[in-house]
Design a protein around this ligand. Structure first.
Ligand code: DC
Length: 243
């Protein structure tokens, strides 16, 4: 069997500046990417949200997830559109926001399966690349610095200890301090998801690795914004770079 071409290969290079932020589940990619985009006046594209929206469209049609075909996912995904809300590119289903649905556990438990489908990956990558034709973008995902934008001038790979990722996720979801038992159960779920998504979660050789276990979100954002300013400095610009 001959290998398939990379998803979306042959797309024109992005016209805007691209910051790629990759990393495992709950490493804070999306919230960090949003904050970085707001700080720099870029558009935030959450590629995982597109995989989730495609999964939600297919799930609405019913049937056991194990029997979903790639064609049926792609057909269902044609209901997804994108709209700009400030600097955030929000996926809509049939023109309606679906944020709560796409983040819920029925979708979270099936999205890894959908994200393995090569033509679904091409569908997501086409949308992400099209956005970078029109805007400077901060894109978060798993393979943004390796597959989607291998020439991105700034690539970040965010990691954090699984226990800390689980603690942060639960604190956000429950809006209270989670117990150690709750964190342990969530850590187990996260580690399983990491393993399901491991094929596409790849750190680019030229990515800057940031371990956020002991960093606040503001500190992560400051580092990435400082790196972005350093990379976009024009020759001869001697103004200090914030560190
Ligand atoms: O980051 P997230 O949990 O919202 O991602 C949802 C799913 O999509 C997850 O299974 C990983 C997958 N994904 C991917 O395979 N490639 C990306 N660029 C982004 C997400």
């Amino acid at each position: 069997m001959s290998p398939s071409p990379p998803a979306g290969a042959g797309a024109p290079p992005p016209k805007g500046f691209v910051i790629a932020i990759d990393g495992p589940a709950a490493s804070g990619k999306s919230s960090t990417a949003q904050w970085v985009a707001d700080s720099l006046g870029y558009v935030h594209v959450d590629s995982g949200a597109l995989y989730r929206a495609a999964t939600a469209c297919r799930a609405r049609k019913g049937g056991p997830a194990a029997e979903w075909t790639e064609d049926s996912v792609l057909e269902a995904a044609s209901r997804v559109t994108l709209r700009m809300v400030g600097s955030w590119l929000e996926p809509l289903i049939d023109g309606v926001p679906a944020e709560t649905e796409i983040r819920g556990s029925p979708i979270t438990s099936q999205v890894s399966r959908v994200a393995q489908m090569p033509r679904v990956r091409a569908w997501v990558n086409d949308r992400v690349r099209a956005t970078a034709q029109d805007f400077d973008v901060v894109v978060d995902g798993r393979d943004i610095g390796t597959v989607v934008f291998p020439d991105a001038p700034l690539k970040i790979f965010l990691v954090a200890d699984p226990w800390e990722r689980a603690r942060r996720r639960l604190t956000q979801q429950l809006e209270r301090r989670p117990s150690d038992e709750e964190i342990a159960a969530e850590t187990e779920r996260l580690v399983k998801r990491d393993s399901r998504d491991s094929t596409q979660t790849v750190q680019a050789k030229d990515a800057v690795l940031i371990d956020t276990t002991y960093l606040t979100q503001a500190e992560q954002v400051e580092r990435i914004v400082a790196l972005a300013r350093a990379v976009t400095r024009r020759p001869g610009d001697t103004s200090p770079v914030d560190a």
